[in-house]
Design a protein around this ligand. Structure first.
Ligand code: ZN
Length: 93
């Protein structure tokens, strides 16, 4: 996963499969439970939207941020599907 997407990616969800960096599961400071909730929100989003609509919304959300001049990281954080996942996970803190 890291070879494909980059070293700063610690988790990723593709449809119903969640990929997590094993190191995160033992690192208390990363709060693996909240990360898992975040990724489970993406599983639900994939299921509700289907592959094409999920990927379309994700990509256009990112590109919209870049179009507005946001950095890669800021555009990623502003993707509405990512915002929803973060907000949901934070509710459980
Ligand atoms: Zn996410």
């Amino acid at each position: 996963m890291r070879r494909l997407w980059g070293r700063d990616i610690s988790a990723m969800t593709l449809r119903k499969t969640i990929f997590l960096d094993p190191a995160l599961m033992t690192a208390v400071q990363h709060r693996p439970g909240l990360l898992l909730v975040h990724e489970l929100v993406h599983v639900r989003q994939w299921g509700e939207l289907g592959v094409i609509r999920f990927l379309w919304r994700y990509l256009t959300g990112y590109l919209g941020g870049r179009w507005k001049g946001l950095s890669h990281r800021a555009a990623y954080l502003a993707i509405p599907l990512e915002v929803e996942a973060r907000v949901t996970a934070r509710r459980l803190e």
